[in-house]
Design a protein around this ligand. Structure first.
Ligand code: CTP
Ligand code: MG
Length: 401
């Protein structure tokens, strides 16, 4: 038996319709994809979840299903994603979602697509409680406002706040129990959450901690939350590593020998370096680190050394090209940390010039660029003075795409 998710995206979003230009909120564009994709991705990444049923409004089933198929083609989460049509009330959509579950779905999470900020830890808390044997689990938050009952503008009662909780989704259930609760409640019993059906059946509902971020997009003022989510920068790191062999008159290499440059700065009197390009080992590692930040592959893919155009190419060009790609993919660089590993030449006399040269290439302040150098204590090919290596680490922020 496995755990599936019913993702509810079949509402009409009436409270938000005007502010959303008539688009149902679950289909609003968030970071370039329909809003429901945000939570779909969180559930699909959860190791506990074996599959998802997305419930769409009946009139949108075909178009939304087609769009979803396109999104899955581009980035399939690796678990089955089915679709079905919802009903008039939220609970009708849940019932249709339950009907579309495969037989193996012994437990189910029901989640509002209008809660796009659900996170993996919350999904795990609910899933873990189900795995521990609880048959109905809901995430709750303590209530901070005092809650009163009001009728016709007059207070009729003040509820004891410490007994109250605000309820979120995903709510988790033993599938058979939720089906039985639906059958028991019948058509006329209308609820605002699924656990109410189980309570009506007289069965226990256990609670886990919800998260304040997991709010439901309901009213026009909530749209600003989506705006900031769409522009939320993600911290990223890119790593680059490169090696070049020194020219050795006794063992001529296949590649030409070039005067050594590090970070674009010529190192006079240093051994010559074998390379198709100008052989700047530090800028090659840096180019790879830049590409690493934006899933841009590697330097060899961008600038194949089989291409005669790159013969004796200044490696600063590689850096500039990689930089353009990172900009196009929304990267802001915050820091660069570079290490040169060589027995010879001695780097320290040139370190400041190399650092300034790299900072200028990247249009960074020199406080954002660090350069270290080390030997390998006479060990290995750098120790034997046969070559040089460099490592680059680029850190930054990237806008979610
Ligand atoms: N939902 C659904 N089927 C319905 C009604 C609601 O699947 N018949 C879903 C919504 O798409 C949403 C979640 O249930 O993800 C929570 O409902 P709500 O916030 O009330 O959304 P809407 O009903 O779409 O909005 P409104 O009440 O403003 O019309
Ligand atoms: Mg509603």
């Amino acid at each position: 038996m496995s755990l599936w998710t019913v993702l509810l995206a079949a509402g009409s979003g009436t409270r938000l319709a005007e502010a959303a230009g008539g688009v149902k909120k679950q289909f609003l564009s968030c970071a370039g994809r329909p809003l429901y994709w945000q939570s779909l991705a969180v559930f699909a990444r959860s190791p506990a979840v074996a599959g998802v049923v997305v419930v769409f409004p009946p009139d949108d089933l075909e178009t939304a299903g087609r769009e979803l198929a396109g999104l899955l083609d581009a980035a399939h989460p690796g678990i089955p994603v089915l679709t079905t049509a919802g009903g008039a009330r939220r609970q009708d959509s849940v019932r249709n979602g339950l009907a579309a579950l495969p037989r193996e779905a012994g437990t189910v999470l029901v989640h509002d697509a209008a809660r796009p900020f659900v996170d993996a830890a919350l999904v795990s808390r609910v899933a873990d409680a189900l795995a521990a044997g609880h048959k109905a689990v809901i995430p709750v938050l303590p209530v901070t406002d005092t809650i009163k009952q009001v009728a016709a503008g007059l207070v009729t009662a003040t509820l004891p706040r410490d007994t109250l909780a605000a309820v979120q989704t995903p709510q988790g259930f033993d599938t058979a129990l939720l089906r039985a609760a639906f059958a028991h409640a019948g058509e006329d019993f209308t609820v605002t959450d699924d656990a109410s059906l189980v309570e009506h059946l007289g069965q226990p509902v256990c609670t886990v901690a919800g998260t304040p971020e997991n709010m439901k997009i309901t009213n026009p003022q909530d749209l600003s939350r989506l705006e900031s989510a769409a522009h939320r920068p993600l911290p990223v790191t890119g790593y680059g590593y490169d090696v070049h062999r020194y020219a050795d008159p006794a063992r001529p290499g296949k590649q030409p020998a070039r005067p050594m440059k590090l970070g674009g700065f010529p190192i006079l009197g240093a051994p010559e370096v074998l390379a198709h390009s100008d052989g700047d080992v530090l800028l090659h590692a840096l180019t790879d680190a830049l590409l690493g930040c934006v899933a841009g592959g590697d330097i060899g893919r961008l600038f194949p050394d089989s291409n005669p155009d790159f013969d004796n190419m200044a490696s600063g060009v590689f850096v500039s090209e990689a930089l353009l790609l990172t900009k196009a993919r929304g990267l802001t660089i915050t820091h660069v940390d570079l290490t040169i590993i060589a027995q010879i030449p001695k780097i320290s006399p040139h370190a400041e010039a190399i650092r300034m040269s790299v900072a200028a290439l990247l249009a960074l302040d020199k406080s954002q660029v660090n350069l270290k150098a080390t030997t390998e204590e006479g060990l290995g090919f750098t120790g034997e003075k046969k070559g040089i290596k460099a490592v680059a680490l680029v850190t930054g922020w990237r806008l979610e795409q």
